[in-house]
Design a protein around this ligand. Structure first.
Ligand SMILES: [Zn+2]
Length: 145
């Protein structure tokens, strides 16, 4: 895990998102799955956008995905982000889900010239205090067999 960045506002879990943040705090990535139609979804919501069911569960996920889109931020929007220097804001599309699951996050351990759409990535976690963490991603450096 990385160091918690002082001064960075932590997520505020609500009944639909608490399980996501708490799992991240344990070092696990989970995806919300509809109990009626089986569609995986993100961000977490109380109601399925496919079938309107209120029945859902948290499903463990491998944390593997690929870069769907990204941009680099040269001027941090919060002073707490200044130590990062230029940082990326990236949409990661998870692999092996029953619906399209995209997570707004950040890719660590990657240079500006290296980050690319389609790059395979894997999750790791930045502590955010109070037992929760932020899922962030890094490039996959070896191919799973
Ligand atoms: Zn559904």
């Amino acid at each position: 895990m990385s160091e918690q960045m002082p001064g960075l506002p932590a997520p505020k879990p609500d009944p639909a998102t608490a399980g996501y943040w708490e799992a991240a705090g344990r070092g696990e990535l989970v995806v919300q799955r509809c109990g009626e139609c089986g569609t995986d979804r993100h961000p977490p919501t109380q109601v399925c956008y496919v079938c309107n069911s209120l029945d859902w569960t948290w499903e463990p996920h491998s944390g593997r995905g690929h870069v769907f889109s990204y941009t680099w931020v040269d001027r941090p929007i919060l002073p707490a982000l200044a130590p990062l220097g230029a940082y990326n804001t990236t949409v990661v599309e998870l692999d092996d889900t029953t619906g399209v699951v995209r997570i707004l996050s950040r890719i660590t351990d990657v240079g500006r010239d290296e980050l690319a759409i389609g790059m395979p990535v894997e999750v790791h976690f930045d502590p955010a205090g109070d037992g929760i963490a932020l899922p962030v991603f890094r490039p996959v450096t070896e191919v799973a067999r």
